[in-house]
Design a protein around this ligand. Sequence first.
Ligand SMILES: NC(=O)c1ccc[n+]([C@@H]2O[C@H](COP(=O)([O-])OP(=O)(O)OC[C@H]3O[C@@H](n4cnc5c(N)ncnc54)[C@H](O)[C@@H]3O)[C@@H](O)[C@H]2O)c1
Length: 262
Amino acid sequence: MTIHEQFLMHNEVVIVTGAAGGLGSELARILAAANATVVLVDINPKALAALSDELAAQGFSAVAKVCDITDAQSIETLVNDVDSQYQRIDALVNCAGILGSNDHMFNIEADEWDAVMDINLKATWQVSTRIASYMLDKDIHGRIVNISSSLGGRAQLKRIHYATSKAGVEHLTRNMAMELVKKNIRVNCLAPGWLATPMVKEILDGPEGDHWRKTIPMGRAADPHELTGALLLLASRASSYMTGSVLRVDGGYSYRGIECDF
Ligand SMILES: NC(=O)c1ccc[n+]([C@@H]2O[C@H](COP(=O)([O-])OP(=O)(O)OC[C@H]3O[C@@H](n4cnc5c(N)ncnc54)[C@H](O)[C@@H]3O)[C@@H](O)[C@H]2O)c1
């Protein structure tokens, strides 16, 4: 196999959750361009349909599946549908997530705390467990890529629930990797920094935008396309000796000092 071929995903079926979102849609485009058949999963049917039409128009293989990843029955239906259509799932990219409000710990309501944990952390475990079990039944040597954030590895004021959920995603990655290491399923985590997606665009375009840009050592947010190399490494056979790793792609943000009075 050539170096180039190691990163390609011919005849492989990859599920991307949060595929209607700013990052998920870009990750889906990257995987489709690497020749994977991409299953686009989200709760937003309109945006999913637009993306699957866009990919089909480019000659790529993609299908849209509406699924709420916090709902076990919805996940079951997804897996059964994909099985009927393709009879395999080679990789899963857990990208669906929410940011929650920008506020201090005293102002966050318990319901919001639960919603952030449910979508970012519990659903990542739930979807991964169901799909890993499917891979085991089919004897597929699969890959799971969890999407964390630079805040999974560092504290940041007014992001306590989000950062805690992403720290959980990173530790979930390590634990799942060990649960699955003898079963030929690899689990790794991609931890981006600031990305110019709608999730954070509001912040970067708002009154605090300049403040935050100055905190990024590279001085700018990334275009989601700049995750191409890292995603294809973790999702493909090119990372055959990696499991339980957290790969940070954040313009140096992890090494920025932590502000305590913002
Ligand atoms: N944007 C950034 O700067 C940034 C940085 C680091 C990490 N991330 C992570 O990347 C991921 C995607 O972020 P984004 O910027 O694309 O956000 P986004 O809000 O644009 O996309 C998130 C997507 O998840 C979907 N979703 C939410 N709840 C769901 C559910 N229950 N079931 C299925 N889908 C659901 C939404 O409909 C949406 O399409 C998140 O996990 C986020 O934490 C983003």
